[in-house]
Write a protein of this length. Sequence first.
Length: 327
Amino acid sequence: MARVAVGARLHFGFQNLSLAHERLYGSLGVALDEPRVVVTAESAARVHCEPDPSSEHAAAEEYTRRAVDLLDVPGVHVTVERTLPRHVGLGSGTQLALTVLAAVARAHDREPRVRERAPKLGRGGRSGVGVAAFESGGFVLDAGHPTERFTADRPPRGEWSVPPVAARHAVPDDWRFVVVLPDAKPGRSGEGEDESMRSVVERADPALADEIAAVVARRVLPAIAGRDHAAFGAAVAEVGRLNGAWYADEQGGVYRPPVGRIVSRLSDSPAIAGAGQSSWGPAVYGVTTADRADAAREAAHAALVGASVDGEVLVARPRNRGAEVER
């Protein structure tokens, strides 16, 4: 039997979505220790999957069957003990797929080779943050893909590679990330996300990519290397705001409603260094530190009240290691 556990990830945005530049995508993100995906697997003669009662059964079973096929094993008994909220911006699809793959592989004494096999699971096509977070955690900047590979139609599953890691830094242990999950419709995923991304890429303003490149090179990377949480929070929040200008027509504004109201209120708190939307949302993040975590949590609850929405708030530690595997 094998047990695999990994945390969520935040996605701060892409470096470039314009076809006018040499490389496309290139995402930034950070691994969190909570909330988590936890999967156990035991070798068996057939495929059986017990999903988390709160999760979508179809997704867990589909990944289990794909993993069995990829690894060429007879079967497996998979139990999903914990999952992430689906399609809220925390990387639920990629983290579940890779956790299932790793658990099935280890149950049969195989190497999971998640970076190589992620495309066959339909993951890691645009952003490499989820795969890199699973492998080694920390803050990740990936290199994206050559723009010449862009096609109007999504390529068949598996016919792409996961973007390589361009930079990785351990996140200081005393940093914290307040995560707000408002009660709102799930973010884009699947075919809907593909259609939205194609639409954005085909009309993206290249000038925004130039601005983001400057923020990443002159602010984000120096801040994480220098362990300056305030500068880091402000910089990734700016990357997210600039990304939102690309997405405005697809999501109803720079931030999708009601995220904008929450981000605005979080940004006003002295306990929070920078706030933004993770991926398509509706998850909202704020950068803070351990000694300001209680105040940041209070600010997040107040932001929900001020935005007139219900929701959940958690404060997560950064995760500077890959998935945990127990045999």
